[in-house]
Design a binder for this molecule. Sequence first.
Ligand code: DGL
Length: 291
Amino acid sequence: MTQVPSEAPSGLLAFDSGIGGLSIVRELRRLLPDARIDYLADNAVFPYGELPDDVLVERVCGVIGTAIERLRPGLVLVACNTASTIALAALRERFAVPFVGCVPPIKWAAETSRTRHIGLLATAATVRRPYLRMLQEQYAPDCRLIAYGARGLADLAEAAFRGHAPDPDAIRRELDRMFGQLGGDRIDVVGLGCTHYGVLLPMLRDLSPAGIAWLDPAAAVARRAAAMAEETGTGSGGSGGGRTWFTAPPGDEAGLHDGLVAVGYDGIHRFDAAVARDRSPAPPYRPRLTV
Ligand code: DGL
């Protein structure tokens, strides 16, 4: 592992608690082949979905603030629903850099569902938040939202990314907790509300009742980030590349390394997440519908 340089060329920074956001980066690389895209995984406190909201806001603002100082990105992509649905407003209030976030695809699900019964797989934190209720009230008021906060799926996705095929029974158990809820048998659309779950999508599809439309917002988020990069002049005129930074030793580095190379990275770099001084606490959380 190498240490973070104090200066780095400007480009994009994508951020998540682990490997989840790499599915968005894969799309972004196709859209912005010249852009330098650094990727920061705050795996030291993974999983984000099990952290209290106030702890998470402070953590995300602290780590991203440090990364902004050290890596100097022109645009930050918060490639994590659990972070976006609680910390995006605070990040925008604290830092001048433009941010793109990602939130559960409730609008898309409402546009797609015929039965008006929408499933959502997300982390426990995302499922319990007012932000999700706001999305439903605004975009799917006539739908029954059957959301399940899955504890196990993000871990399975981390392992799958490293080449370890998940136990189908473990996936089935998580799916049963969504489809087994009242009205679950009428679900015809399921949104992925956690960027990690894209890695598991083929299995989720195979192990679910037939005829379900699965919505993975990764490509749409990548398009939004690419459009904003173009608007702000970030990411053009470079030669691609970027590094993957981890806030703690990531475990099974050999398997992880191969996955990272497939997304255009050279391997694992260590990010010392010591949070910079002189920073006021995050402003109070006020849910707002902005991504
Ligand atoms: N990838 C993150 C998301 O999109 C969550 C994983 C975690 O719990 O850390 O919500």
